[in-house]
Design a binder for this molecule. Structure first.
Ligand code: NAD
Ligand code: TYD
Length: 360
């Protein structure tokens, strides 16, 4: 039976990588592939432009909080699967303005769950319908250096408005399974990197600042640890969960790859120092000289690490990318795609950048 998928946030970083992965892996499928995205600052039609020619694909500009639009799409496109990426996704923006995070991440997820419940019930609750809610490791809070990694049963302890709003949405997705029997799935993933990531996030921000000769703002002492996963590995994990997991299941996804921020910044400096000149681009300043320690992020989580033994054991998924190779490919991608990122350095972005980094 064909899957007719609604991919919310499919014009963002992970969503667009997932749509591309999905279309590539279902080449002759008659299933619809519908992206619903508000096309805000992080949602970019260019991220999915190469898919526009496919008849089964459509990009709909709209808000997940718009109940009548969501209901209309579910009915018209005969959607039987939602993969829900849409969110306000950046911790620093959630500190500057938390309201949008509660609206999209909590109210938006609730709107989607309600619309899908009505749609699923109207079809007499087909057992193959799925609602996969994409979430984050940040809902589990912060680890000390020697703490064991997060498992699926680690109690939630979100510390930022972003992670608190994601936690709220996870609880709603869970409740819809337990209360209504709606076939929801939840994945909690660690930090992603790879092509099409918006420049506000650590890795692309450092790449672009090196190219532009701007300071590399390292928060606090730079010793915070994240568990980095290539976005392609995240895509295969989501598809694996979608195909194999039982309704109500929760899976942690991660890279078994804990790295300190400062080590990443050093790696990026060295990769850019090597690759940019080789591709005919002169760097204005020696990259490591740009490193600048700045005031820490309020409430900055010290360490994230995912225990992924459940998905490895139950579903046979594990990450395929090696971080060194993945990071090199990512740096090459940003060097080769100036036409993609240059327009993103808009007045809105410059205003955000000045507000966040101006007084640090
Ligand atoms: P992103 O910010 O690049 O993309 C989010 C997308 O959602 C954008 O295209 C945006 O336009 C869209 N969107 C925002 N509000 C919307 C609304 N009200 N209606 C419709 N669309 C809306 O983020 P991302 O990094 O691709 O993250 C995608 C999902 O994965 C999020 O749910 C995030 O919490 C989760 N996640 C991200 C990471 C990571 O490292 N980036 C890790 C784990 C989980
Ligand atoms: P980020 O990419 O924002 O992801 P998250 O906060 O969701 O983990 O940041 C990754 C890490 O890098 C985090 O510890 C904060 C740090 N960081 C900096 O040191 N400087 C920066 O300019 C940014 C954006 C992040």
């Amino acid at each position: 039976m064909s899957k007719h998928v609604l991919i919310t946030g499919g014009a963002g970083f992970i969503g667009s990588n997932f749509v591309r992965h999905w279309c590539k892996n279902h080449p002759d499928d008659n299933g619809r592939v519908v992206v619903l995205d508000i096309l805000g600052y992080a949602g970019n039609p260019a991220n999915v432009a190469d898919l526009e020619e496919q008849e089964r694909f459509s990009l709909v500009k709209g808000d997940i909080c718009d109940r009548s639009l969501v209901t209309e799409l579910l009915t018209r496109e005969k959607i039987n699967t939602i993969i829900h990426f849409a969110a306000e996704s950046h911790v620093d923006r959630s500190i500057l303005g938390p309201a949008a995070f509660v609206q999209t991440n909590v109210v938006g997820t609730f709107t989607l769950l309600e619309a899908f419940r009505q749609h699923w019930e109207a079809q007499a609750k087909p057992s193959h319908y799925r609602f996969l809610h994409v979430s984050t490791d940040e809902v589990y809070g912060s680890l000390a250096a020697d703490d064991p990694a997060f498992t699926e049963t680690t109690p939630y302890a979100p510390n930022s408005p972003y992670s608190a709003s994601k936690a709220g949405s996870d609880h709603l997705a869970r409740a819809y399974f337990h209360t209504y029997g709606m076939p929801t799935l939840i994945t909690n993933c660690s930090n992603n990197y790879g092509p099409y990531q918006f420049p506000e996030k650590l890795i692309p921000l450092m790449c672009l600042n090196i190219l532009l000769g701007k300071p590399l703002p390292v928060y606090g002492d730079g010793q915070n640890v994240r568990d980095w996963l290539h976005v392609s590995d995240h895509c295969t994990a989501i598809e694996t969960v979608l195909n194999q997991a039982n309704p109500g299941d929760v899976y942690n996804i991660g890279g078994n790859n804990q790295v300190k921020n400062l080590d990443i910044v050093h790696q990026l400096c060295d990769l850019m120092g090597e690759l940019a000149p080789a591709m005919g681009m002169e760097l204005p300043t020696a990259p490591r000289e740009l490193i600048t320690f700045v005031r820490d992020r309020p409430g900055h989580d010290r360490r994230y690490a995912m225990d992924i033994s459940k998905i490895e054991r139950d579903l046979g998924w594990s990450p395929a990318y090696n971080f060194e190779t993945g990071l090199r490919q990512t740096v090459e991608w940003y060097l080769q795609h100036r036409d993609w990122w240059q327009p993103l350095l808009s007045e809105e972005y410059k205003g955000y950048y000045a507000k966040l980094y101006g007084q640090r």
